[in-house]
Design a protein around this ligand. Sequence first.
Ligand SMILES: *Cc1c(COP(=O)(O)O)cnc(C)c1O
Length: 465
Amino acid sequence: MSLHEKEKIMDEITDDIYASNDVSQRLPKYRIPDSEHEARNIYQIISDELMLDGNAKQNLATFCQTWADEEIHKLMDQCLDKNMIDKDEYPQTAEIEERCVHIIADLWNSPEAENTIGCSTTGSSEAAMLGGLAMKFRWREKIGEGWEKRKPNIVTGPVQICWHKFARYFDVEIREIPMEKGRLIMSPDEVLKRCDENTIGVVVTLGVTFTCQYEPVEAVCVALDQLKKDTGLDIPVHVDAASGGFVAPFMDPDLKWDFRLPRVKSINASGHKYGLSPLGVGWAIWRDKDELPEDLIFNVNYLGGKMPTFALNFSRPGGQIIAQYYNLLRLGREGYERIHEACYKSAKYICKELKKLDLFDILYNGERSEGLPAVCWTIKEGVDPGFSLFDLSDKIRSRGWQIAAYSLPDDMTDTVVMRILVRHGFSMDMAELLVEDIKRCIKHFKKHPVSVSLDEEEGGGYSHS
Ligand SMILES: *Cc1c(COP(=O)(O)O)cnc(C)c1O
């Protein structure tokens, strides 16, 4: 290397990042650049862009985990190169997944005599597809010849979008029970009205997306038991416990919503919600392997060994599953209980402070026997506070808080609500700051009212994750 070239390299080494050629000029955004760039420069550019995202911890609209301890970060890094599907190559990761399935099945009171089986997924959506498919295949077996001429259906309360997807993608009619004033979740009577011989299953949600309430799993099962006695129709129940599956076992162990009810044939939950694991893991568990038709299982031999798989994905990361195992071991029942307890306490506090303002009707107050650590409210009927909840959602964002405001589904689309999810990592101190900021916003609207009629409003841009 000639001397002057050495100097050029020195220049690059001592370059200030923001004065460097890479960073001080515009890089293409929608086509691949022709040349290579310095790693630390590109890292800085991307890292700076990410600042424009909302601050995840202040995102009170999501059910998903936004905080993980240092050990989880380390384990995730250690697993970066492991593919969950390669069970022959990464047998210990496969073993740990299997342990998680057993631990979670046990947490959901799987009866010892049954051959409970299950698997990890990328989240509750994939788990719901698998649960739904198993019900559809079981129904086909039950009907036997001529099933093609019928149209299968599922009966649900107000469900998360994944069940609408399942219905559309897999050609099943969805009979979603509409909300009514004073009843924002399913009731056994409403379920029975919609069941017939083509009902592949009833989906009951433990932690409804819109209000965070638990639907009455046991009462629905009792009603379906009676239906069987009266008519012979034997309709299975799948519980969408995306959030509640990792809350109820710790906070309300006497609540019967799981495999203690013989009619509950399968359950899904998101490890990345109240399972406290990083994004990208869900669980699907069947009470007995007979509930999972053989036709759905593929045996793959090209990874070495003969591996049964039931999943929509092929390759997928393994770190989240390892992190789930870490959480289960690290926290135990006691740890989960203490973490969730703290969340309920903050939710209760927020609820109490909101009530004092005398502007809101609380639709769900974060009662641990009734639902998740969350609060859901609407503007009091007949009260015009000078702002809508969409305005409040918008205004509070100026302090970084992201709080969902949205209209309820059928038949309550005129009702706009706001909802806060309290999660691991949201301290009482933050709850106090949030309440102060809400009060500040309301004071602002008092001085500068925004007059709106409902028709002019538009939905906020939140997804129900
Ligand atoms: C979040 C959620 C889902 C979807 O779960 P993902 O893990 O985000 O795929 C399904 N059902 C309910 C009730 C949920 O809360």
